[in-house]
Design a protein around this ligand. Structure first.
Ligand code: EPU
Length: 424
């Protein structure tokens, strides 16, 4: 099994290009089930989760081919008989659930395994199912799978798509994808506003759909007869962007970030500036992030977009470990997403968890240690801590990081980090 060996202490300097967004690419790839004709997607990152989605789509009759090393992916539906997203794939990647909407809308039937829990907590899909039922899908539970039928098509309706915690990102994506071919108009109230949802709406429109309001809490979808193929560029990954901003900050370095959209990063920019990090936005999708001193503490509360993203909570906590004072980090999206806390403490951090909140007592230094990656973003936090820790950090189970960061060790090495991928 691969592990990372990191020798801490280098100030990172140079430029890095951000890849296309994993969480935008996954639902957009699933949406290709809806299209007649070829779809070309650009800037699709080469990641384990994307390869899993390719495998799932291939089983569902979609031909997928890539231009090596270019980020270009071609997708075309060839066979519409299979409608079953099996447990074997769904349990490996929760994002697989977003084939539900397209299968139901295009093939009149879908059978999707319940994904179950994962390392970041209990992750139900009740809202996805409720959305499909509101559009007229008939729902049954069959051996751990959800079976939904709509032989005579779906019907547009108004729905409130949120739970006590707020909106759902992939739930909104699923309902949008189901509603584009429904009869009549669908209104999703309390829709997720994340940039990845906006990207999906823009993609669907490029294929001939009529989606408006994406990026607000009210999305309106007028059903159309069919969708065609298109040529579409995926947005830059805002979580990878944030992770490299934090890499510059934690290493007291200076990094030029290319291919980023700082308009999607407002909460992150705000919090980092409060800690004393310098961020200069350039024109043309670049920003320079630098830091040269010990940072100030700051409170963090994760929230749906445009709030601080849960997918950067662990990495931000790694930075706050070294701030000059105490910070409070509260997780409002996934209250158990704290697997990194114990590992960071092994490196000399002083983190104290109380339910969904962690008190971060700032320390002067972290020390290298063998630590274990537990999920994608927790692993990124350990890499950041390793970059600045004294001595050597060995991070095992890096397959977690390969799910969501394209060539992270190559990108960090190019910035001067001493990081190697080795085999146990
Ligand atoms: N929820 C329900 N019922 C549902 C759906 C969600 O109770 O039917 C709850 C969840 O348990 C959670 C909250 O709603 O408390 C929000 O979850 P959401 O549905 O928005 O999450 P998601 O769509 O399953 C996506 C990303 C996650 C990211 C979250 C939040 C993808 C593939 N996944 O998940 O990304 O953390 O939105 O922004 O887009 C990651 O990339 O590391 C990752 C986990």
């Amino acid at each position: 099994m691969d592990y990372f060996r990191i020798e801490g202490g280098t100030r990172l300097r140079g430029s890095v290009r951000i890849s296309g967004a994993k969480n935008a690419a996954l639902p957009i790839m699933a949406a290709c089930i809806l299209c007649q004709g070829e779809v070309i997607l650009r800037d699709v990152p080469d990641l384990a989760d994307i390869r899993l989605m390719v495998k799932l789509l291939e089983r569902l009759g979609v031909k997928v081919w890539r231009e090596d090393g270019t980020g270009e992916m071609h997708l075309m539906v060839q066979d519409e008989t299979n409608t079953h997203a099996e447990y074997e794939l769904v349990r490996q990647m929760r994002g697989s659930v977003c084939v539900m909407g397209p299968l139901l809308a295009k093939r009149g039937l879908c059978r999707v395994s319940m994904p179950g829990g994962c390392a970041i907590g209990d992750r139900p899909i009740d809202l996805h199912v409720m959305g499909m039922a509101a559009l007229g899908g008939r729902v049954e539970l069959l051996g751990g799978d959800i079976l939904i039928k709509a032989e005579h098509g779906l019907k547009g309706t108004e729905m409130f798509l949120a739970g006590p915690f707020g909106s759902t990102v992939l739930g909104t994506a699923n309902v949008m994808m189901a509603a584009v071919l429904a009869q009549g108009t669908t209104v999703i109230e309390s829709a997720a506003c994340e940039p990845e949802v906006v990207d999906l709406g823009n993609f669907l429109n490029a294929c001939g759909a009529k989606v408006t309001g994406q990026g607000t809490h009210r999305i309106i979808i007028e059903g159309v007869e069919e969708l065609h193929g298109c040529d579409y560029q995926i947005i830059p990954d805002r979580i990878e962007t944030g992770t490299f901003m934090l890499a510059a900050a934690i290493s007291n370095g200076e990094i030029e970030i290319q291919n980023c959209d700082m308009n999607d990063m407002l909460a992150v920019v705000d919090r980092l500036r409060r800690t004393g990090v310098n961020i200069e936005k350039g024109d043309d999708r670049t920003a320079v992030v630098s830091s040269s001193r010990r940072l100030e503490p700051t409170p963090i509360v994760t929230l749906p977009y445009p709030g601080f993203p849960t997918d950067l909570q662990a990495q931000m906590m790694a930075l706050l470990c070294l701030a000059d004072g105490n910070s409070m980090v509260t997780e409002r999206i996934f209250p158990d997403r704290f697997m990194h806390v114990g590992e960071l403490n092994r490196m000399g951090a002083r983190l104290h968890r109380e339910g969904p909140t962690v008190i971060v007592e700032g320390v002067k230094r972290l020390v290298g240690a063998p630590v274990m990656a537990s999920d994608l973003r927790a692993s990124a936090a350990l890499v950041l801590a390793g970059l600045v820790a004294e001595g050597v950090t060995a991070i095992s189970r890096v397959y977690h990081i390969d799910r969501g960061y394209e060539q992270i060790e190559a990108k960090l090495s190019a910035l001067g980090a001493k990081i190697q991928r080795l085999q146990e």
